[in-house]
Design a protein around this ligand. Structure first.
Ligand SMILES: [Zn+2]
Length: 436
């Protein structure tokens, strides 16, 4: 049994038309007409297949292949259908449509499963004008409060999130009732493009994800002293911008010293005040971000950064006010699902020779490429309530969040068939586990 690649690619192409802009990118964030059109298209597809549909409080779309006499909890496949501004046609869409393709293949072949199979398309996974990313998956796993959601509105149109969710078929008032609890489902698998170039550099089609990176962010306000740029001699300055710039370099140096591909640090946002050519900055804010695979690594980096920052404060005679705005722990994938996906991938794709494995930047276990996801995903939140795994598919040149995003048919096919077989194995193994 194989997936129908032609049908899957046709679906990808059709979905990509919603929000397609004149430059060829896709604009499809929550609240937009394109997002609504994409939803209707998806619902129609599901109905055509004879599947049952449910839209929850967060407007997440659940597509079910209902089985009679089935007591088991469902196995869920999916991702998200929204896109970053000027984004590509694979990020998110591939995971949803791959789920749908697997469901359809199994249905056509009348494969008797022991678990109900469902596909989910999450609401607003990407950063969006409502300023809450992974909104749908966080919402249904109890990580967002009703107050927080109700307080949010569209940055440009001003539409309340409550109204946007309602337009999409959800209802924030039902948030508590919609909460997923531990063991509400048997497993969750998300297929996604890699968003990095590990697979591309090694000419591999797919890999299994070991964990999803932890993300730590601080909003740091440097309080210095604003003064005249001409009359204040260099020794008398307390330049908040320069201290912040130095602090940003400290992040880079500290992270680089670890020399790991799965640890990165970034200062991507600065706000300089008063931001004028003839005034020394008296106040500068910046956001420091670290991504890491283990808590211990984060702590080590922070210890070193703390020491350096104190030194900058002392030498420059100013002070850093630090506020943690995100502290998301790394999310390990379920061992068994990781292994099943990995084994099925290795049956479909030719492995690297062991000598090449060593310098590949990937981790190999019995020739199966295993990698850390350096981007966040809905799977992070799903891993709190169920056994979760991810399959990564090569993205050409590692490109994502841009209109150039592209994945080869061959790679989609290999990943799809590996995922199909992984679902079949998981269906059996989880049943066996329940019986014992
Ligand atoms: Zn995505």
């Amino acid at each position: 049994m194989k997936i129908n690649l032609e049908r899957l690619e046709k679906n990808l192409k059709e979905l990509s038309q919603f929000g397609r802009n004149k430059d060829g990118g896709i604009d499809r964030s929550l609240g937009s007409e394109a997002e609504e059109e994409a939803r209707s298209w998806l619902l129609e597809k599901a109905l055509d297949m004879g599947a049952a549909i449910k839209i929850d409080a967060m407007a997440n779309i659940w597509i079910n292949w209902k089985r009679t006499n089935c007591e088991n909890k469902p196995i869920t496949l999916g991702s998200h259908h929204d896109a970053v501004p000027d984004g590509g046609m694979y990020d998110g869409a591939l995971g949803v449509l791959m789920g749908l393709e697997i469901l359809q293949t199994l249905k056509e072949n009348q494969v008797p499963l022991n678990h109900p199979l469902q596909v989910v398309s999450f609401t607003a996974e990407e950063p969006n004008p409502f300023n809450i990313s992974t909104m749908g998956s966080r919402g249904v796993t109890g990580k967002l409060t009703l107050e927080q959601l109700q307080a949010s509105s569209h940055l440009i149109t001003g539409e309340s999130l409550t109204a946007a969710i309602k337009r999409a078929g959800g209802n924030l008032q039902g948030l508590l009732k919609a909460q997923l609890r531990k063991n509400d489902m048997a497993a969750f698998i998300e297929c996604h493009i890699e968003q990095g170039r590990n697979l591309y550099d090694n000419q591999l089609s797919a890999g299994t994800v070991t964990k999803i990176t932890g993300i730590y962010r601080e909003l740091i306000t440097v309080k210095g002293e604003a003064n005249h740029a001409g009359t204040t001699i260099m020794e008398h300055r307390h330049d908040a911008f320069l201290a912040a710039a130095q602090a940003a370099l400290v992040v880079e140096e500290t992270v680089k010293a670890l020399n790991r591909r799965d640890v990165v640090g970034t200062v991507g946002w600065f706000e300089v005040s008063p931001n004028s050519a003839n005034i020394i900055s008296g106040n500068t804010k910046f956001i420091m971000e670290i991504r890491f695979p283990e808590e211990l690594i984060k702590q080590k980096i922070l210890l070193s950064i703390n020491k350096e920052y104190t030194e900058i404060e002392n030498i420059r005679g100013l002070c850093f006010h630090r506020e943690i705005i995100l502290d998301q722990a790394p999310a390990p994938m379920d061992d068994r699902i990781m292994k099943i996906i990995g084994e099925e991938i290795s049956k479909e794709q030719s492995p690297l020779p062991p000598s090449a494995e060593e310098s590949s930047g990937l981790e190999f276990v019995e020739h199966v490429p295993m990698l850390v996801s350096m981007a966040g995903h809905d799977a992070v939140h799903m891993s709190d309530i169920t056994k979760t795994g991810m399959i990564f598919v090569q993205s050409i040149e590692g490109k994502s969040h841009c209109r150039e995003e592209k994945t080869d048919s061959k790679d989609i096919e290999i990943a799809g068939n590996a995922m199909l077989n992984a679902v079949l194995r998981l269906d059996k193994e989880l049943t066996y586990e329940n019986l014992n």
